[in-house]
Write a protein that binds this ligand. Sequence first.
Ligand SMILES: Nc1ncnc2c1ncn2[C@@H]1O[C@H](COP(=O)(O)OP(=O)(O)OP(=O)(O)O)[C@@H](O)[C@H]1O
Length: 317
Amino acid sequence: MVDLAIETAGLSKVYVGGSQSVPAVTGLDLEIRTGELFGLLGPNGAGKSTTIGMLTTLVTPTGGRATVAGADVIKRPVDVKRRISVVTQDTGLDRGLTLSQNLEMRGRLFGMSGRESRRRALELLEVFGLAERAKAKVGWVSGGQAQRLKIARSLMHRPDVLFLDEPTTGIDTQARLNLWEALRELHASGQTIVLTSHYLEEVESLCQRVAVIDDGSLLACDTVAGLKRTAGADTVFTMDFDGPAEPVAETAGKLPGVRRTETDGNRLRVYSTEPEGLFGKLADAGADHGLSVGNAFSTPPSLETAFLALTGRDFQA
Ligand SMILES: Nc1ncnc2c1ncn2[C@@H]1O[C@H](COP(=O)(O)OP(=O)(O)OP(=O)(O)O)[C@@H](O)[C@H]1O
């Protein structure tokens, strides 16, 4: 039997305000295994934060059910809260305290002894590459270090599941790479981590499995390799013509290796497993219809092309 850290069935949320209702998450069925580093990927407004909110008991579902670390989020929210930790953009640190004091205080709040809190704090400062700054005040450290400290603090009570909502938004590239390293280490130690991100490369580089969410619905859930295999094995060519691209799409669809074409006004998008020389052929097809090419680019097979294939839209963070 697979040991599940999270299980949802038909999980839904409709926000209602006055006469307006916004369906933010619709019928989400998810299974996240214990020990997984799992990614929720989707553009802004896709429903990632709402999903995390429901799984962490901060947002009340309007439909379906969810179990986190063995407890039902609606029936046993207090148990869920005890067994998880959440780090969001809004998570604050006590800037007047040192790094180690921030961690120790959290340990004491969770009922750990002074000695146990100090030991655990040292251990986590080490994992997150912060041991040398242990006695520094939070106000003196960089944004990236503060972000790592937030995650370290959230682990003081050894939560079963760690939720990270867009953990690297707003930090620089080096800090992001340092944080990725720490997360890989945590994952290797067996920690279950659920991460939301709108950075494709972050999810691609870190996560074992990924749920792709758009418009509140689950489009696919698989390993990164699996997603690429099923949805994104193609190189995607995007070309803007100086007139409607529809007639070019018809010709393009008959070229070898072309699996799919899409048009949006003057824009043509072609999904192909045989990218060699395709730009020239598409330009020729355009010329046959009296069209010239303006902007043109290709995207090699990646999570981005998988997202494109799943949604028919560019991934816009
Ligand atoms: N409290 C709220 N009241 C009304 N609508 C909301 C509320 N919170 C979110 N929404 C709407 O629900 C939808 C999903 O939002 P959500 O924040 O869950 O998406 P997201 O994928 O986390 O986006 P982002 O990456 O921008 O945080 C959006 O249309 C959003 O405007």
